[in-house]
Structure formats: C-alpha cells, structure tokens
Ligand binder design. Structure first.
Ligand code: AGP
Length: 611
C-alpha cells in the first residue's frame, strides 16, 4: 500500500527521502514521487513504475533542499501513471501533498472546487485535498490543514509542505497510520516505522484527527481545534538488521527461516513458575479472572493469511476451551449484524495492525460492547491501540508481502490464548495445559527439522513449476493450511491455485482435475487421516499427481501419494505450524523458477489500509 516519508533537518533531503522510499518499497506500489523545498520554490518529480524510474529521472536534475516529502503510490483512484502519482500540488503550486487512504467524498469536493475555478490534472482523490488545503491557506499551513480535515470523509494519512513556510512539514491522519520521528536536529515522518529506524528510534504514532507540525528538531502536535495534543510516543526496540535481508536472496526466504526464532519469542514469558499461563496483556482489557470466564461466544475476525490463522484457532478454542467460535472475513463481518454483547469475545488478527477492514470490524465490535482482543505483530499499531487488550506475536518486522512468520506466530499466540481460556474456565486440567504448552515449546526445533528439507522441496517445486493449476486439499486443521498454501502460491507465482475442504471435491471441484494436475494434500496423522487418504484416492483415480504432507514414519502414505514431504509428529492441533512450512517453501521456489518478483508481487500491498 502507499508509503509516505518526510524529512526536515540539516542534511540534504533528497537522499534521505529516496532511501526511505526504498525501505517502504515492500508495502507494494506502482508509482513514486518526491517534493523538495529548494529555497523559495517547490520541485516535484514523480514517475509511474518502480523507484528506479524516479531515480533515473532524478539523476538528470539537481534537487537541493533540506526539507522534502516522498511517496510510493498503490493506485486506487486513477491508473498508475505520472500525473496520478504523488505529490500533488494546489492551484498555485505553492504546496505539495502526499496521501495514503481514500477520500470518499472526493467527487463532491472536486465539483465544489471546480465550480470555484480550480482545474485538476489527475484522476486522484488526493489532488482534491491539495486544492482544498491550498484554498484554505491564509498564511498558516497547519491552520489550513486543520480547517480542511473536517471536510474530508474517509481515511487518510497526509503530509504537506509549502514553499512559503520553508523547512516545515505538516501531517495529519484519520484511520491510516502515520508515525513521527524525533531527533535533536531533525524531524521525520513516515507511514511506517521501517521508514524511520535508520534515523531514530524515538517515534510517535499520530492519532486520529491530530495535526503535527515538523520543523528541524521540533515537533508540535495539536487536535483539530489547535489545542496541544500528544500521539503515542515509544521507542522502537528492533534493530535495523531485522528489516534487512541478512544474506538471503529475498525477505520471504529470510522470514521463512526466522520462524523457529519467531515462534520461540512468541512463547517466551507466557508462564509462571508453576507452569500456569500468564497473559498479563489481557488484564488491561477483558480481565482474565472475570470476563473471560463468562465469555459465551468467540468471533475471530481477520483478512487473508491472518484469517487462515483464525481458522486454525477455531479448532483449538473449541477443543480446549469448549467455547463456540465463528471465524469471519473482516470485510464481511462489518457489514452484517453479528449478535454481539459484553459476553462475546472478538479476536481480531492482523500482522500489521493497520488493515482497514479489520480495524473497522474491531470498531464495530467495540461499539456493540463486545470484548476485543487484538493479535498483532506491530507494537503501537492502530488495532493494538483500539482493542481492549493486545497479544503481540513478536515475529519481528515482516517485510515480504507474502506473510510467513506472521502466520506461524499468530497460530502459536492464538493457541496460547486458547489454552489460557481453557485454564481460566477450568476446561482443561492444569497438567493438560502444561503438557500442551510443553509440546508447543518443542515447535521451534521441529520447524528447523522441516526447514532441513528445503533442497528436496526446491526440487519438487521445479517438478511442479510447469503446471498451470494447483489444488490444495485438507480436512480439520489441514483445511486452513490448504487455503493458506493456495493463497501463498497464487500470491507470488501468479499461478491459479485453490484450496478446498477435501471432502467437498466430489461436490464440484473434482471436475477440474485433469491428467497430471498437481494436488497438494494435507495428510498428517490424526482422526481424519483415513478420510483424507480416501479423498486422495478420489483425485488420483482421475489423473491427479498428489504431493502429500504427512507425518514422519507414515510409510502407508506412500501408497496413496506420488510425492511425500514429512513433518515431525506433534499434537494434532499443532500440525499447522509445521505443515505450512513446506508449502511456503514450495511457493517460494515455484515463484523463483517462474522469475516472479517474490517480495513485491504484482498488484499486492503489504498493508491494506483501504477498504
Ligand atoms: C498474506 O500473504 C497476504 N499478503 C495478506 O493476505 C495479508 O495476510 C492480509 O492482507 C492481512 O494483513 P494483516 O495481517 O496485516 O491484517
């Protein structure tokens, strides 16, 4: 999704802005631009396509100035071409503005401004904000922004600079992330902490309808009436190396390999000396002893890969804690009338904590007075701030668009939550909880074992890379992994891949099986093993080549499948943490074989901050 970077300080702004944009590339974008205040005049340069196109253009011109803004655009209104790229300028080209999000009433505002004589050069909603702020500017840029915001409907993070106010950046947000960076000699802003950590760890997440004015080494935040305000200020505790590739060819591969450590971190410190689960994080919200005991219904709400981890959690919460769970896509949940009350626990899952649909679902649940727990990876994210309580997944920064370590850590965090619910509600005996936790603590070493088969999985990927249609089938906890395996593959290799409940095949999808089409079957040992092997037989009988993900030591599976990748034996509910790993590697190596852009797949954004 779009990325914003801004700098004002003693150094030349352009190299800092460009480096910041490069850091934000992983969010996904299709054009980029910069604005630099060159002593009395603004220079705006923007180009469709990758950052390299913008850099090539900038190589031809000298842009000097110590205050600047940069933007990577992920097109929503208007195609990804030069005029639609950001920054956009106002009628007199005095100010330049960048924007993330969507202005829902842009058509109405545009008509009003056009009637007043404004002409527009792009199809974007953003240009309307630039003109609106420009029209309200009466010598004070921050005042103009404060006056413009109440006119905007939708979600936005905006940053603006004006050559009449040199060295100053003004920023504001509503339902879209914007983080300020504090330094003694300079001030920065970005849509993402990753854009700031090369310069400072002292950051401040701006809150909704706050306006920040940045000068070198000085930041002032106000509300819309101009009263002093404060964002959420904190220190970033992860290292810049965590956001770099560390010798791997792609972030995705690095993040796949980080899973043992990430899962270990997720589990650290979740128990007391007696081995009881302690989730202090929940005490600020739905109190463990009180509210959680009275929960009579759980909704799990998320998007994409996070939704799949939510599906896995359903099995764990229902089985261990004995509470009914419904799992729903956030964008659907928010537009129906779920029956929620103070005894409903709504678990919202989001790696970024900024996914617009998930935020809206959480808001909807809070409005109905349900208890909202956020399971997220990003400290201080919007979801973390709005929820009653937060369970951090501690996966470290996930840069690749295709989510991997965020997924496995989400499952582990949700399993801990399920056991905690079971413990507090006495649905399991303490020694059962301890035993399950001990088995979870063994997961990092078991993931290492699965990763040890990387070369063999890469070979399989070469075998399959020529196929144009993949099916993934699974039952019970194998089903979410089938869906996740298919999502991962289509996301980064652009191959058609679908996941199905294995028994549903004969109700329609089996018609798609042609001679030789690969079917990946989640076939680990458990109470549905004999069922899935029958489903494998059904597809094989119709010509499918089957790759089974099975339990180590299961020699019988070889009679059913053409290829087998083994994972170590674990508790049935914990298999997803292991079985997804070969599917991540399979997708990675197929995408690599097909020459795809693994870390920044086409059309996709890392953080989906629009509805
Ligand atoms: C995963 O590979 C995807 N890129 C995507 O489905 C993602 O999981 C989804 O957009 C939700 O993001 P979130 O976890 O940050 O809310």
């Amino acid at each position: 999704m779009c990325g914003i970077i801004g700098y004002t300080g003693p150094d030349q702004a352009l190299p800092i802005v460009l480096a910041g944009l490069q850091t934000l590339e992983y969010r996904g974008y299709d054009s980029a631009g910069v604005a630099i205040d060159g002593h009395g005049a603004l220079a705006v340069v923007k180009r469709a396509g990758k950052l390299a196109n913008l850099r090539a253009e900038l190589d031809q011109i000298q842009l000097a100035g110590t205050c600047g803004l940069g933007h990577t655009r992920w097109a929503t209104h208007g195609e990804p071409n030069d005029p639609n790229s950001h920054p956009h300028v106002d009628a007199g080209s005095s100010l330049a503005l960048v924007h993330n999000g969507i202005i829902e009433n842009h058509a109405e505002l545009k008509a009003e401004l056009a009637a007043a004589g404004h002409t527009f050069t792009s199809d974007t909603d953003t240009e309307v904000i630039a003109h609106l702020v420009g029209s309200l500017h009466d010598g004070d840029l921050a005042a103009a922004v404060r006056a413009a915001l109440p006119r905007l409907t939708g979600q936005f993070a905006v940053a603006v600079m004006d050559h009449r106010d040199p060295g100053t950046l003004v920023a504001a947000r509503r339902n879209a992330p914007l983080v300020l960076g504090h330094r003694d000699d300079a001030s920065l802003l970005s849509s993402d902490v990753a854009g700031l950590i090369a310069h400072t760890r002292d950051v401040e997440a701006l809150l909704d309808d706050q306006v920040a004015v940045l000068a070198p080494g000085a930041v002032t935040v106000t509300d819309l009436d101009g009263n002093p305000a404060q964002g959420h200020r904190y220190t970033v505790d992860w290292d810049i190396a965590a956001a770099e590739k560390g010798g791997y060819e792609h972030f995705m591969l690095k993040e796949i390999h980080e899973q043992p450590a990430a899962v270990r971190d997720t589990l650290i410190g979740r128990t007391d000396a007696e081995g009881r689960i302690v989730l202090d994080e929940l005490r600020g919200g739905p109190d463990a002893a009180q509210d959680l005991r009275h929960v009579d219904k759980v909704y799990v709400v998320a998007c994409g890969t996070s939704y799949h981890s939510g599906m896995v959690a359903k099995y764990a919460i229902e089985h261990w804690a004995g509470i009914g769970v419904e799992v729903e896509i956030a964008s659907e949940f928010r537009y129906r009338d779920p029956i929620l009350n103070p005894h409903t626990l709504v678990v919202t899952i989001s790696q970024s904590g900024e996914t617009a649909d998930t935020l809206a679902a959480a808001e909807h649940a809070l409005a109905q007075r349900a208890k909202v727990v956020a399971v997220t990876n990003v400290v201080g994210s919007s979801l973390a701030r709005m929820a009653d309580a937060v369970l951090y997944t501690r996966a470290g920064p996930e840069i690749a668009v295709a989510s991997t370590k965020a997924f496995t850590t989400q499952i582990v965090a949700l399993d801990v939550l399920a056991l905690y619910l079971a413990q507090e509600r006495r649905a399991l005996f303490p020694d059962e909880c301890r035993d399950h936790l001990a088995r979870m603590e063994a997961l990092p070493a078991l993931i290492e074992q699965v990763l040890g088969q990387e070369a063999a999985i890469a070979d399989l990927a070469h075998t399959f890379a020529g196929a144009d249609y993949f099916m993934f089938i699974g039952r019970h906890v194998g089903l979410p992994i089938a869906l996740e395996g298919a999502l991962k593959l289509k996301e980064i290799s652009y191959l058609h891949a679908e996941g199905f409940p294995a028994a549903e095949m004969k109700h329609g999808p089996i018609a798609l099986i042609g001679a030789g089409g690969p079917v990946v079957a989640l076939a680990t040992r458990g109470h549905v093993w004999s069922k899935i092997t029958s489903n494998i037989a059904e597809v094989k009988a119709r010509g499918a080549v089957v790759l089974a993900i099975a339990t180590e030591g299961d020699t019988e599976i070889k009679a059913h499948a053409d290829h087998v990748v083994y994972v170590p034996e674990v508790l049935e509910l914990l298999y997803p943490v292991l079985t997804v790993v070969p599917l991540q590697l399979l997708s990675y190596y197929i995408a690599l074989a097909l020459g795809c852009d693994v870390d920044q797949p086409r059309n996709l954004a890392k953080t989906v901050t629009v509805e």
